[in-house]
Design a protein around this ligand. Structure first.
Ligand SMILES: Cc1cc2nc3c(=O)[nH]c(=O)nc-3n(C[C@H](O)[C@H](O)[C@H](O)COP(=O)(O)O)c2cc1C
Length: 319
């Protein structure tokens, strides 16, 4: 197994459960996203060949480089999950030690692995041995203490991972508090493998701040890309030339929404696609005064035509 990442662009699309499906990734790639992740996949569900989980593995030859993120803690499930994944084309296999959700941590998975660095080390070693592609770890700074980050990251590096993705908060912080840039910098300086930093990458200046304060090799955009796929173009431009590209105007945003929604109609059954798109409608129209009545109606939209009408009416509703 090769253990070096072949490509590491400056900004990567983070794994997001319920969000980073194939059509979402492809839209972001149109705007300059050069590395994207699938949604988080449960090893047990992969091992049992769950149809729902297999659907999350949908990809396309132009959907590369692609990282697949898995969550688990059991070697048997992990082994069969890796066997299943050998049927797919992808570039990086990532283990989730970052998810703070109780339904995950109460089973000892996700961020709970941060409390068991030795078990985490064994899991990663196993993955490195059997994975057909390089392995990475996505972690938080610690369970409740950012002082643990360096040791956990060094354990992971020792296990042979090719990169570490680090969200600059502890599990107990969830999404509260500021990003702990100093602790990310400490981890970066201890490692010889690439460190990709995550946390509050909402606009280009915050991406630059992450590079400047931590020395990280790349950054990862998550919430900043929700209803704003152009963030990749903006960050890439700002990092290369210090030029700020303006947010698209409302007519351009409507075109992007239509493209996004059409791709969901092609990918999902109609009602599922409409339901999936509702949250994006809210994110795209954030801060657009006059759209409140439309935003209130979006939760009731069930058909393709209802959603199309809500998108097309945005321009008429503005004041
Ligand atoms: C809706 C949503 C779903 C997420 N799902 C995952 C996930 O499945 N796996 C993971 O490692 N991180 C997940 N994250 C965390 C992000 O990858 C990222 O590390 C975190 O949001 C911090 O970045 P941000 O402040 O730029 O949003 C998720 C975040 C959001 C907002």
């Amino acid at each position: 197994m090769q253990n070096k990442l072949q490509t590491l662009p400056k900004v990567i699309l983070a794994p997001m459960a319920g969000i980073t499906s194939l059509p979402f990734r492809m839209l972001n790639r149109e705007f300059g996203c050069k590395f994207a992740f699938t949604e988080m996949l449960n090893c047990r569900s992969l091992a049992y060949k769950s149809k729902k989980t297999q659907a999350m593995l949908a990809t396309h030859p132009s959907d590369r480089p692609l990282g697949i993120q898995i969550v688990g803690r059991d070697f048997t499930y992990l082994g069969s999950a890796i066997e299943q994944l050998k049927n797919y084309e992808f570039d990086l296999l990532d283990l989730n030690a970052a998810c703070p959700k109780r339904k995950i941590t109460r089973k000892g998975m996700g961020a709970a692995l941060l409390k068991e660095p030795k078990h985490l080390h064994k899991l990663l070693k196993f993955m490195v041995k059997y994975s057909p592609v390089p392995v990475s770890l996505k972690m938080r700074l610690g369970w409740d203490n950012a002082m643990d980050a360096r040791e956990i990251a060094l354990y992971a590096q020792d296990a042979g991972v090719s990169a570490i993705f680090l969200h600059g908060r502890t599990k107990t912080q969830d999404y509260t508090g500021d990003i702990d840039y100093q602790s990310i910098a400490k981890v970066k300086s201890a490692l010889s493998i690439p460190l990709i930093a995550s946390g509050n990458i909402f606009y280009p200046q915050l991406a630059k701040k992450m590079f400047d304060l931590t020395g990280c090799d790349a950054v990862m955009a998550a919430r900043g890309a929700l209803g704003a796929p152009w963030i990749f173009e903006q960050i890439n431009s700002f990092l290369q030339t210090a030029k700020l590209i303006a947010k698209p105007d409302i007519a351009a945003i409507i075109k992007i929404m239509l493209r996004h929604f059409n791709s969901y109609m092609d990918f999902y059954p109609e009602q599922r696609g409409v339901i999936e798109f509702r949250k994006f409608y809210i994110w795209y129209t954030r801060g657009l005064s006059g759209t409140k009545p439309l935003r209130n109606k979006v939760a009731q939209a069930k058909t393709k035509n209802e959603m199309f009408a809500l998108i097309k009416n945005i321009l008429l509703s503005l004041y």
